[in-house]
Design a binder for this molecule. Structure first.
Ligand SMILES: [Zn+2]
Length: 444
């Protein structure tokens, strides 16, 4: 018996290893090659086949096909309505639901294998078709206690698995569809010392409870401003980038208006504060059950420019992710730049934020291992850097003002001619940083 079974056991083991490799390979592609963002000009329809499946010996599908269809595509609270609203009509979902089928498989967490069996079962339905544009969602009693997940997106396969034992499967589905669109998790910087991001913070991967890419507390709520910008769901007029001290007004994130919804304040090389104003409008009415003070001030994230990944921070009480808002009358100072950011006033239509830029240079994040003198230009490789006490800032990413007979000419980003110009005189260039320290004046 034992010997007779031996080749079969080896085969099973090989298949298990292959299946695991496929999952790892999917994750690899997911992290290394995230899908391109959606352009704001091209509304995107996600076509989806939803297949309801039971395992032989493990059956649990508490919904009818019609219920699933309504909850995903048709009802006012459907995942489709959610995506249309939160993407400002840049994304919508369209699909069909098939099943339920009982698959000739015992309970397994091997999503590709389950999907193959589910597709085979669904192909018996005359209205079933598949092509490279169509995503597949399999709803089955995977059992998160065994699998370690309640929802799972395999990007290479355009495939999502949902555990039917998870009663809150809709918000999970909205999260996994976010992954299919390219989004990463909405995390929380849990810091010992507020805003000492570089030294005292740990990342809680799902710690941002104010978006479905984080722990959205079982509710579909808006994506944050960082992720909405990355997806191309905001117009340029919706994004205000601070270049000088002053008062900036934000409209609520949920309003489909043309005014600024996101305030970006640079704090380091490719790292920005993103401030947004949330109100109990549309799907964000679901936030009322999460936090009482959320609608009373600014929600603050940190992220690189146009990032699929975001980090919630609490500038006032660094470890508190439940009440992270900076309320009216409060503010904070960024330790890197000295920028003072304060929330001045609010109405239901507008949040007023006072920004006073500090007199410290934003630090370059990369530190090259070479001695340097603060406040000078240096040439390293093919790039000219401006140095400050903490690091190097590549000149090509900074606006440069040349003083030319008293007339200043802005060069939005240095091209090779500008670099040559700077290189030609870089040892003797008199250099002066402007008040806001974000541009430099070079005498030529
Ligand atoms: Zn996820």
């Amino acid at each position: 018996m034992g010997e007779g079974n031996f080749p079969m056991r080896v085969l099973k083991k090989v298949l298990t290893v292959l299946a695991a490799a496929m999952v790892v390979w999917g994750l690899f592609f997911y992290f290394i090659f995230p899908p391109a963002s959606v352009s704001a000009d091209s509304p995107k329809t996600l076509y989806i086949n939803v297949i309801m499946a039971n395992f032989s010996g493990a059956r649990y599908l508490p919904w009818t096909k019609e219920t699933i269809y309504n909850q995903l595509f048709a009802s006012p609270n459907s995942v489709n309505t959610f995506y249309q609203e939160t993407s400002f009509n840049n994304v919508n979902l369209s699909g069909k639901v098939f099943g339920p089928f009982t698959l000739p498989l015992s309970q397994t967490c091997d999503l590709p294998t389950v999907a193959a069996a589910a597709k085979k079962a669904a192909s018996s339905d005359y209205s079933y078709s598949e092509n490279s544009e169509i995503k597949t969602i399999v709803i089955a009693p995977f059992n998160s206690a065994r699998c370690g997940w309640i929802g799972y997106a395999l990007l290479g396969n355009d495939l999502i698995g949902i555990d039917s034992l998870n009663s809150n499967y809709l918000v999970t589905l909205a999260h996994e569809i976010g992954h299919l669109l390219g989004l990463l998790h909405a995390s929380f910087y849990n810091c010992q010392n507020s805003l000492d991001i570089e030294n005292s913070c740990t990342v809680e991967e799902y710690g941002d409870g104010y978006g479905v890419m984080g722990n959205a507390n079982a509710n579909m709520v808006y994506f944050n401003g960082v992720q909405m910008e990355a997806m191309g769901w905001l117009d340029t007029s919706n994004i205000a980038t601070v270049t000088q001290s002053g008062v900036y007004n934000l409209e609520p994130l949920e309003v489909p208006g043309s005014g600024p919804k996101v305030l970006k304040i640079r704090r380091a090389y490719n790292q920005y504060y993103y401030l947004e104003y949330r109100q109990p409008l549309g799907f964000d009415r679901n936030l009322a059950s999460v936090s009482n003070n959320l609608f009373q001030g600014a929600l603050v994230h940190l992220a690189p420019d146009k990032s699929f990944k975001s980090y919630l921070v609490n500038p006032l009480a660094s470890g508190d992710k439940v009440n992270p808002v900076v309320p009216v009358g409060s503010g904070f100072t960024d330790p890197l730049t000295g920028d003072v950011i304060a929330v001045a006033s609010q109405t239901p239509q507008s949040l007023s934020i006072n920004v006073s830029l500090g007199d410290k240079l934003p630090a370059g994040l990369s530190s090259l291992a070479m001695p340097h003198q603060a406040g000078s230009w240096i040439l390293y490789g093919k790039t000219v850097y401006f140095t400050d006490a903490k690091g190097f800032i590549p000149v090509s990413t900074w606006p440069i003002f040349l003083s030319n007979g008293g007339k200043k000419e802005q060069l939005e980003s240095a091209n090779s001619t500008d670099i040559a110009l700077i290189k030609a005189g870089w040892l003797s260039l008199p250099l002066m940083a402007r008040k806001d320290k974000r541009v430099f004046v070079v005498s030529n």
